[in-house]
Design a protein around this ligand. Structure first.
Ligand SMILES: Nc1nc2c(c(=O)[nH]1)N[C@H]1C(S)=C(S)[C@@H](COP(=O)(O)O)O[C@H]1N2
Ligand SMILES: [Mo]
Length: 306
């Protein structure tokens, strides 16, 4: 159960709520008879002075989740057709503890934190979102990855009966959606498994019941509705790289100096954006998180490893 600290002020757009909880975590905690409460730590560190939290209705209605269609409005319209309860997750590969686990059991006992991150899509729009989640390193450690685990690969649910975008014969995506990280990226303290936003349960269109959030990478790395975690020795082949390797790589670090072949990445539209106020701002290396993460790529040619 999550309790918002009364003195917590996120931004003028947010109605102050003194108490809220994530239903699933609340239920998991109460069914386990846990008396202790996980208090969210406040993590606004790293925001720029002029970063303002994006209104909730934009975060939950302007989405990319191709399993439900390719229009930005499709996920909010159709993601309710996906059932997220029960939800099981298969853990496999280079780890001592593998198998199929109930989602509740994986997150039980792990603290949920609130993190406000900039979020930059490869399509050159961006938002600032108050996510709630568990550091990925805490999620992964319980499976005891072995020394052979150099990467971790994630898969999204494949269930065409509930995900209408997976039915389309015109769809060029080879489902399920796959993403991956190098283990040092996965274990970086900024990397989060998101279970909520705005202090609420994660809406289906944003990747319920849990999705990745890697704030220094383009949004497509942040895979939604995860059902599989696999520890591997080899670099996973992520969906967008598989679709178009000349445009989308494995690393996908936000980089204003490397243009997408069809558009510049030097700047971005910060939502809300309109014809009259485009709200364009320069894109920052590593989406503004360079101090925290640039060392992970020391000596790498980021034009080659894009
Ligand atoms: N399974 C899955 N995960 C996905 C996507 C998708 O189509 N399918 N789209 C990605 C892209 S391109 C972006 S920008 C973000 C969007 O997250 P949001 O809708 O919560 O803003 O999700 C990412 N994760
Ligand atoms: Mo994206």
């Amino acid at each position: 159960m999550l309790i918002r600290k009364p003195d917590r002020i996120l931004g003028s757009e947010i109605t102050p709520e003194t108490v809220y909880y994530n239903r699933r975590q609340f239920m998991a905690a109460s069914s386990a008879g846990l008396a202790s409460l996980a208090l969210p730590t406040i993590a606004k560190a790293g925001l720029q002075e002029d970063d303002e939290i994006t209104p909730e209705d934009i975060v939950t209605q302007y989405n990319n989740f191709y399993e439900f269609g390719t229009d930005k409005s499709d996920p909010a319209a159709f993601a309710h057709e996906m059932s997220t309860d029960p939800w099981s997750v298969t853990v496999s590969g280079e780890a001592n503890k593998t198998g199929t686990f109930a989602f509740e059991d994986i997150i039980k006992g792990l603290d949920v934190e609130e993190r406000v991150y900039r979020f930059r899509c490869v399509e050159a729009w961006s938002m600032v979102v108050p996510w709630m989640g568990i550091p990925l390193k805490d999620v992964l450690a319980q499976f005891e990855p072995t020394g052979n685990a150099k990467f971790v690969e994630f898969e999204t649910l494949y269930r065409p009966s509930e995900m209408r975008g997976q039915q389309g014969f015109f769809s060029s995506i080879d489902w399920p959606y796959i993403e991956g990280l190098r283990m040092d990226e996965a274990n970086h303290p900024l990397t989060l498994m998101v279970t909520g936003l705005y202090g609420k349960e994660l809406p289906n269109q944003n990747g319920a019941p849990w999705r990745l959030m890697v704030p220094w990478k383009y949004g497509f790395k942040s895979i939604k509705s995860i059902v599989s975690i696999r520890f591997t020795e080899r670099e996973p082949l992520n969906t967008w790289k598989q679709l178009q390797a000349s445009e989308y790589g494995f690393y996908a670090n936000v980089n204003p100096a490397v243009s997408h072949p069809r558009w510049s990445q030097a700047s971005e539209r910060r939502l809300p954006s309109s014809l009259f106020n485009v709200n364009r701002r320069p894109t920052l290396p590593f989406n503004g998180y360079a101090d925290e993460v640039a060392h992970l790529y020391a000596g790498m040619d980021l034009r080659k490893y894009y």
